[in-house]
Design a protein around this ligand. Structure first.
Ligand SMILES: Cc1cc2nc3c(=O)[nH]c(=O)nc-3n(C[C@H](O)[C@H](O)[C@H](O)COP(=O)(O)O)c2cc1C
Length: 166
């Protein structure tokens, strides 16, 4: 690491730059002591295949953040192109209560008890193993204890602040 000091760019400029990247869209879902909850997320990344681990970055200003930490389990459900209504609802569009967001799709459980979207392209069933706080977000590491894939369907991609089918 160099010993020079640099001023970080403005948050708006960073968000604008990040909007150029295309990402898969997922619904993170969780259940347990803190109740059933979920959020639309794109910040999912593979970390390691042994033990199988992924990470997701969750805004610390949202209720779902504390609920996932308390529940200790979550799923990452990768969306297909026809899941835009559920994606919008779990991103807070319309401010629907959580039970109405879940009612927009069909759910099951796999191993941890966290809700898994039945027709997701793939669902990763995870238990929380580590959390690192970075600025506005918590980086939550999940060990993947089960996966379930469905018939291949066009993916839902978010890029340039819009949905795309791929
Ligand atoms: C395409 C897309 C991707 C998103 N990715 C993330 C993410 O990775 N992490 C995050 O904390 N919020 C992300 N959000 C925002 C959350 O979905 C939203 O803040 C969260 O659901 C809270 O909304 P609510 O408090 O109204 O329920 C994303 C939103 C959209 C539309």
């Amino acid at each position: 690491m160099q010993n020079e000091t640099h001023t970080p760019i403005a948050p708006d400029l960073f968000r604008e730059a990040m909007s150029r990247l295309g990402s898969s869209v997922h619904i993170l879902a969780s259940d347990g002591a803190s109740g059933r909850t979920g959020a639309t997320v794109s910040s999912v990344c593979s970390v390691s295949d042994n033990p199988p681990t992924l990470l997701v970055c969750l805004n610390r200003g949202t209720a779902v953040n504390g609920q996932v930490k308390e529940n200790g389990v979550f799923t990452i459900n990768t969306l297909a192109h026809d899941h835009t209504d559920a994606s919008n609802a779990f991103a807070g569009v319309g401010q629907l209560p959580m039970n109405e967001r879940f009612a927009l799709a069909d759910w099951e459980t796999i191993e941890t008890g966290a809700p898994a979207l039945k027709d997701a392209r793939v669902s990763f069933d995870c238990k929380v193993t580590q959390i690192t706080e970075v600025g506005t977000h918590s980086v939550i590491f999940g060990e993947v204890v089960a996966v379930k894939s469905s018939e291949q369907n066009k993916a839902l991609i978010y890029m340039d602040r819009n949905y795309h089918a791929l």
